[in-house]
Design a protein around this ligand. Structure first.
Ligand code: BGC
Length: 419
């Protein structure tokens, strides 16, 4: 029997003396579905669970393995459409809008309005969290998918400098290949392929081109020579990954950089959660630089907890969870472990590592120049049909000898068909 149930039974029996000797339990189970199962992710879940349990709630864990959150979404859909949604679920931006439009979510304005969330959450993050003008999800962080992680020792031993554009990346990678070192740790799963691809789109085309092609789906951008060049570079990158890349989970690719079996990884800063968990110092043992050519552009995805319209008995728990997530001290503790930065703009960078500090500064600079863009690879761009159409072509190209021009034609046609 849980402590909560003991407490409730005691109350029902009218044993007030018993209740007085128990910890104050605000009451109730909160079932939380999430996709956080790697070492760093699980450590971050624990921080959140502890915070909620400290308020007297019971956290019922519903983890769904699989990087990038795709599997979690599939399970969530099955549960919700069967009429059995969890109390809350961890998602990225686009999903909130879809679940909200389908009427599954309920407002958390009761805590968001007094908490003045509008004033502290940056607009690109806020826009995904509201449906019909009301908050339905609490953002716990801001991730940056366009990072390059570098094993500092490998680079130092080989006299290499972090690449700042794709030509430099190619030169560095060729040098590493020449020494028998795998340049790039990669996991061949569609969302990871897309992560690398989007880095190249920004790095070669620039932020405006990324917005036009990937977010606005502008036909002339999609069919442009620049897009051919993007696929040309993406083809080169294929030559820099090891034979075992196919199907590899992202965290196993991160482990290759951590233990020195590969020199670099292009991955969001959830990779930093693994680095911290392994006891290494981000910015020192493992260097962090913007993916080649993407300095000045901040691709982002936030993790939110959206609240389902479940029984009234869950209401207090949902509000407690939402309020707890937005607590500034909690956002520090959580994001130190998760690898991301706070969703709130008013949290000081001083308690964060060098990579997070760079991320916080870069995001503020990009907010000022209007170059914070949702990462489609991380569910913060297109709705699933178009996102999958993109993933399919990108992954097929990476795993075949398709020409760049064919890829461009196929990419544009697949997007058009999915609209
Ligand atoms: C999520 C992160 C997660 C990563 C890898 C991203 O889509 O936003 O929180 O760590 O996928 O699973």
């Amino acid at each position: 029997m849980t402590r909560t149930r003991i407490y409730l039974s005691a109350l029902l029996l009218g044993v007030s003396q018993f209740a007085l000797t128990q910890p104050v339990l605000a009451g109730g189970d909160i079932e939380v579905l999430h996709g956080w199962t790697s070492g760093g992710e699980a450590a971050a879940v624990q921080v959140l669970k502890d915070a909620l349990e400290a308020q007297g709630y019971t956290w019922t864990d519903m983890p769904v393995a699989g990087g990038g959150g795709g599997n979690a979404q599939t399970v969530l859909r099955a549960r919700a459409t069967a009429g059995n949604p969890p109390t809350a679920a961890q998602v990225n931006g686009v999903a909130i809008q879809e679940w909200g439009a389908a009427g599954f979510l309920r407002s958390i304005d009761d805590v968001a309005v007094p908490g003045k969330w509008d004033d502290v959450i940056p607009a690109p993050v806020r826009n995904f969290a509201k449906v019909n003008g009301e908050w339905v999800a609490a953002p716990v962080n801001i991730h940056r998918p366009n990072w390059l992680w570098i094993n500092a020792k490998i680079f130092a031993d080989n006299g290499l400098k972090p690449p700042t554009n794709w030509d430099e990346f190619n030169t560095v990678s060729e040098a590493l290949l020449g020494k028998g070192i795998t340049p790039l740790a990669h996991g061949g799963q569609n969302w990871q392929d897309e992560t690398v691809f989007e880095d190249v789109v920004v790095g070669i085309g620039g932020p405006d081109f990324y917005r036009k092609a990937i977010l606005d789906l502008d036909e002339s951008a999609l069919k442009s020579d620049t897009m051919v060049k993007v696929f040309d570079e993406f083809r080169k990158i294929r030559g820099y990954v090891d034979d075992g890349f196919s199907g590899r989970d992202w965290n196993l690719a991160t482990a290759m950089v951590i233990n020195g079996t590969a020199a670099m990884q292009l991955m969001g800063d959830w990779a930093k959660g693994e680095i911290v968990k392994a006891g290494l110092v981000p910015g020192k043992d493992i260097l962090c630089v913007a993916a080649p050519g993407t300095e000045g552009t901040f691709l982002f995805n936030s993790d939110y907890f959206m609240m389902f319209n479940v029984g009234d008995d869950k209401r207090a728990g949902e509000l407690a969870l939402a309020k707890g997530i937005m607590d500034p001290d909690f956002q520090v503790k959580f994001n130190q472990v998760k690898g991301s930065i706070p969703a709130r703009l008013d949290v000081s960078p001083e308690d964060f590592d060098a990579c997070a500090q760079k991320s916080m500064a870069d995001m503020k600079a990009s907010l000022a120049t209007g170059t914070v863009y949702g990462a489609n690879s991380a569910n913060t761009g297109q709705p699933p049909a178009i996102q999958n159409a993109m993933f399919d072509v990108v992954t097929e190209f990476f795993n075949s000898d398709m020409s760049s021009q064919d890829a461009v034609n196929k990419f544009a046609a697949a997007i058009e068909a999915a609209k």
